[in-house]
Design a binder for this molecule. Structure first.
Ligand code: ZN
Length: 396
């Protein structure tokens, strides 16, 4: 483990972290339909010669040949390593040993959130150029300098920060359009949180980002743009992925889910939505069945109810319901009467550091009330419109 703690660096001075603001981001972000075929060209600026490819099974099967072909055309040697399972310490060490013996100078991480997070860990330990090629737009992992770590059994086991952000994030929207629509939708839940969490951090003079400093105006504006794009383009983008096609709406939503949300959360600040989502991971059936962005979506509603911003909670929940994100506990295999499960969510959430960004004390009672109030609102919305949109994605 590198043991890098960003607040030790950024919050240390010359003023304290309540007066300093900072923005970190990937060095390059390139997005478009077909850009994956130019990967080898893009790597020329890094002088890459021996390129490790850490690919998820699905990433390898669908895009592996394209990546290898493109690298070959640019004279690079490819070394493939297949990532499976969790982003856990055992998996990281396994791939580290495998790639270290091949003396690679660049690592391309090709896959979903867990593969990308594992790739960031491996590249950081090898101190080589880190290139991220997400095959899904389901989360805000690709652009950040932080990875979520899990146990071998899939229970969240802390985070690891890196001194450097990825050198290049390359997003082929043609690849994203081929993925099952549920992933893009989950990414919209994760991305929608960015603005509401950043807003808390910005409005409270004591609020700090995960870098231990004040948010920048730029990152906060990215968060706000995220939510605007989702409200305006989310449904048309979803329609495109259902046809496995790229349209302008999909391009915009992919950028919102990946770049705006990634830089937005890292340098704009987190608050309640990710705290509640963290709480949901403590219930095994939820952790097993639902995606990060789906848990964050539930967290957005609960956060807004805790802030007593019922207008925005209603607006967001209606949008979530239209695109097929969960809006009430029954859509997360939970019930408000299941005390043991709700206690786990509340206890899991309570220790989440970003709750400190609220200008009021966050107690177990407040968290529980927010979850129940959000459930009440969500149930009203479902009752009003029927549950068809949700069932479309979640029949299993
Ligand atoms: Zn997230």
């Amino acid at each position: 483990m590198s043991g890098f703690v960003p607040s030790d660096i950024y919050a240390a001075g010359p003023t304290d972290g309540k007066k300093t603001s900072a923005l970190i981001s990937p060095a390059k972000y390139i997005q478009g339909e077909g850009v994956l075929d130019h990967l080898g060209e893009y790597l020329k600026v890094f002088d890459s010669k021996r390129v490790g490819i850490l690919a998820s099974r699905r990433g390898h099967e669908t895009q592996g040949l394209r990546v290898v072909d493109s690298l070959k055309k640019s004279g690079c040697v490819s070394v493939l390593s297949i990532f499976e399972g969790e982003c856990c310490r055992d998996a990281i060490n396994f791939h580290l040993n495998e790639l270290q013996s091949e003396s690679v100078d660049t690592l391309v991480s090709l896959g979903g959130g867990k593969c990308v997070d594992a790739g960031k860990c491996v590249a950081s330990r090898l101190e080589i150029t880190s290139v991220i090629v997400p095959t899904l737009a389901s989360n805000d992992a690709p652009c950040s300098a932080v990875s979520a770590l899990y146990t071998n059994q899939g229970v969240m086991d802390g985070v690891e920060f890196f001194a450097s952000s990825p050198s290049l994030v390359l997003v082929d929207t043609g690849v994203i359009a081929q993925a099952p629509p549920r992933y893009l939708v989950a990414g919209m839940g994760d991305a929608m949180a960015t603005w509401y969490e950043s807003r808390v951090c910005m409005n409270n003079p004591e609020g700090t980002t995960i870098l231990g400093v004040r948010p920048t105006l730029a990152a906060s504006a990215m968060g706000e743009l995220c939510s605007k794009i989702l409200f305006e383009e989310g449904e048309q983008a979803l329609a495109a992925t259902k046809r496995s096609e790229v349209n302008l709406s999909l391009e915009k939503v992919v950028e919102a889910n990946t770049l705006l949300s990634g830089v937005g959360f890292e340098s704009g600040g987190l608050a309640g939505a990710h705290g509640f989502a963290h709480g949901y991971t403590h219930v095994p059936i939820v952790e097993e069945r639902y995606l990060h962005g789906e848990m964050v979506a539930m967290g957005v509603q609960a956060q807004l109810m805790m802030e007593k911003d019922v207008f925005e909670a209603d607006r967001v929940a209606k949008f979530f319901s239209r695109v097929g994100l969960p809006v009430c506990l029954s859509q997360m295999s939970l019930s408000r009467f299941d005390n043991a499960a709700l206690n786990s969510v509340v206890e899991g959430a309570l220790g989440y550091q970003a709750f400190r960004n609220f200008p009021f004390d966050v107690t177990a009672e407040k968290l529980r009330k927010a979850i129940i109030d959000a459930d009440e609102l969500g149930r009203e919305i479902v009752r009003f419109k029927g549950d068809r949109a949700y069932k479309y994605f979640h029949d299993r």
